[in-house]
Design a binder for this molecule. Structure first.
Ligand code: URA
Length: 263
């Protein structure tokens, strides 16, 4: 299925090949290259395998199966470039992990959100499918994350993300250099809130649409580091620490369950 690379072909942007990733089929995708090592080591013994541009890669194993942990950088374009190369070296299941700002009063700092769909406020996904096409998660991977969150007793929410190409105007933040949000985006936070969306982040819509277009599976789990019903600001590093410990424990349990079942 699809245009797979030869096993030893090293791809241009990520510096990875199917051989280097030991034919891994799962990829865990944080945005931040600085989070990759910690994540990979949290899953088990891990080794550094490559670092090109925003794509820092480590490899680990769970139940004997290779798991790639690779950063995507911020925003849809670099997610799409990474996914093209991950798919060509045999990745079939993508799980994004990252941070997010909640827009519903009942979603607290440090909790996690598992997104089952996303508003396509990005540009990259439009290059893969027309805007009418939904950005939807894999039901199987999403169910695995939900079951894992229950098992490890992490407070979680399931719902729609608003995936924006920009951190400031697209997420209706006014604490920018100009303080200006274009008219089309003024009031947008309240609208997404009224429609029941849970959160803002910058990668999930692209991830879901690109994976769907490839016939591959994707899911997304984020820790809440900003509570937009109270403030435009991102919370302290303690909150990030709590949120990341939580999403790491959920993803680890989900991988343990799925690889055990041979999925
Ligand atoms: N990431 C985002 O894109 N927005 C936030 O508010 C927090 C993290």
């Amino acid at each position: 299925m699809g245009n797979l690379a030869d096993i030893n072909e090293v791809l241009y942007h990520t510096g990875l090949s199917a051989a280097i990733i030991e034919k891994a089929e799962y990829a865990i995708l944080p945005g931040d290259p600085g989070r990759v090592e910690v994540l990979a080591k949290a899953f088990g013994e891990a080794k550094f395998i490559a670092s090109h541009r925003e794509y820092t890669s480590w490899l680990t194993h769970i139940n004997g199966k290779a798991i790639l942990v690779c950063s995507t950088g911020m925003g849809g374009p670099s997610v799409s470039i990474g996914m093209e190369e991950f798919a060509r070296i045999g990745i079939k299941k993508f799980i994004r992990v990252g941070t997010t700002g909640s827009i519903q009063e009942n979603i607290k700092l440090g909790e996690v959100i598992i997104n089952n769909a996303a508003v396509r406020l990005d540009g990259a996904s439009r290059h893969y499918a027309p805007i009418e096409f939904p950005a939807v998660a894999s039901l199987e991977l999403t169910n695995a994350l939900v079951a894992a969150a229950r098992e490890v007793d992490v407070p979680y929410h399931v719902g729609i993300s608003v995936s924006s190409d920009t951190f400031w105007p697209g997420q209706e933040r006014y604490d920018s250099f100009t303080g200006y949000v274009p008219r089309a985006l003024q009031g947008s936070l309240k609208e997404w809130q009224a429609l029941g969306a849970c959160n803002y982040e910058m990668e999930t819509a692209t991830l879901f649409v690109v994976a769907q277009s490839m016939g591959l599976a994707a899911a997304s789990i984020c820790g809440v580091v900003a509570k937009r019903t109270q403030s435009e600001h991102v919370a302290s590093s303690d909150i990030y620490q709590l949120a990341s410990e939580r999403f790491i424990s959920v993803v680890k349990r989900a991988l343990l369950n799925m690889t055990k079942e041979g999925k």
